[in-house]
Design a protein around this ligand. Structure first.
Ligand code: NAD
Length: 337
């Protein structure tokens, strides 16, 4: 009887605690009457020759077709002869930026209150280009690649994100005083984009100083944009500021607005199948997904309910010092919608 449009999104429940926390997301979406229809895909037990990994070609087609997806954690298979899942996703879907909002959860005390920042990491080049070799015995070389194209693209995304989310400032994080050419080009690209956004304050902060400022007073930052290696480290540092990986969502952004959101944590094999996992990180990732789709109303509704449920403190999961099961926490959250 509903005439409104539903959007199809790809869902990878993943493994370990993945299916449990994905169930929580599905139940919350159902209760909040979110107009999303899930297309579920699981990773295979054998390598799909078309992707060279355990991710099937059909699942990649699903994300490309829908342009939007949510991913649970996946076990990184050990052994040779196939590409890592993350590498496959990044390459197949052209995921060039990784976005991590870090927001203090009121009522859950950590060393810092009032953290509200977003890290945006270039995800395709820099020191992670995989170009390493031995020059002569005892001497190795690793190439750091920075291109105008990739730097411009991530800078554009950072400013676009800041504008869309009503944020005031973008800080480019760098070491251009030493890496004059590579980080210099990265900064140059950020400056060019900054000029197109006169309403957003732009600043440049050297990475070492940035680390000190973050641990002294994270409220000094708003949106941070940076090359790959710095982003890898700083984004985990920021997750630590708000209480760990279990509360941190992330988004991977590709060309033409494609987005695949995921929790930052892994499959938690120690608690898998025990109804103990905290679904918050995946739920917050699903909130990012809704915001990306412009579905701000259900995003806000689910987000407030998460904050309220954790703040009340009655139904917290074990990782947050409580005794609630995944199901009990999910039910409390639904009651708070
Ligand atoms: P992990 O994040 O799975 O677990 C680290 C610790 O945090 C464990 O004690 C775990 O119980 C706890 N934890 C994590 N998420 C939790 C949650 N939602 N609720 C409650 N507790 C939670 O890291 P790990 O043990 O290093 O990795 C396990 C597996 O996950 C490995 O195969 C690894 O490769 C994979 N992994 C996958 C991804 C991904 O798919 N994006 C990311 C990281 C690790």
């Amino acid at each position: 009887s509903e005439a409104r449009k539903t959007i199809t999104a790809t869902l990878f429940p993943g493994d370990g605690i993945g299916p449990e926390i994905a169930t929580s997301v599905k139940e919350v979406f159902k209760a909040a009457d979110v107009p999303i229809e899930w297309e579920e895909h699981y990773i295979d037990t054998k390598v799909d020759p078309r992707t060279g990994s355990f991710l099937t070609w059909e699942s990649m087609e699903s994300v490309r077709r829908n342009g939007i997806g949510l991913k649970g954690p996946m076990t990184t298979p050990i052994g040779k002869g196939h590409k890592s899942l993350n590498l496959t996703l990044r390459k197949e879907l052209g995921l060039y930026a990784n976005v991590r909002p870090c927001l203090s959860i009121p009522g859950y005390r950590t060393r810092y209150d009032g953290v509200d920042l977003v890290t945006i990491r270039e995800n395709t080049e820099g020191e992670y280009s995989g170009l390493e070799h031995q020059v002569v015995s005892g001497v190795v070389e690793s190439l750091k690649i920075i291109t105008r194209q990739a730097s411009k693209r991530v800078a554009e995304y950072a400013f676009h994100y800041a504008q869309q989310h009503g944020r005031k400032r973008v800080s480019a994080i760098h070491k251009a005083n030493i890496m004059k050419k590579t980080d210099g080009l990265f900064l140059q690209c950020c400056r060019e984009v900054a000029e197109l956004y006169p309403d957003i304050v732009y600043e440049e902060v050297i990475i070492d100083n940035c680390c000190m400022m973050l641990v002294k007073n994270p409220a000094l930052f708003d949106v941070l944009v940076m090359p790959n290696l710095y982003g890898d480290i700083i984004s985990d540092l920021c997750a630590g500021l708000i209480g760990g990986l279990g509360l941190t969502p992330s988004g991977n952004i590709g060309e033409n607005g494609l987005a695949l959101m995921e929790a930052v944590h892994g499959t938690a094999p120690d608690i898998a199948g025990k109804n103990m996992a905290n679904p918050t990180a995946l739920l917050l990732s699903s909130v990012m997904m809704l915001q990306h789709l412009g579905l701000n109303e259900p995003a806000e509704q689910i987000h407030s309910s998460i904050l309220k449920t954790i703040a009340e403190g009655k139904w917290r999961t074990g990782d947050l010092g409580g005794t609630a099961t995944t199901t009990e926490y999910t039910k409390a959250l639904i009651d708070n919608l």
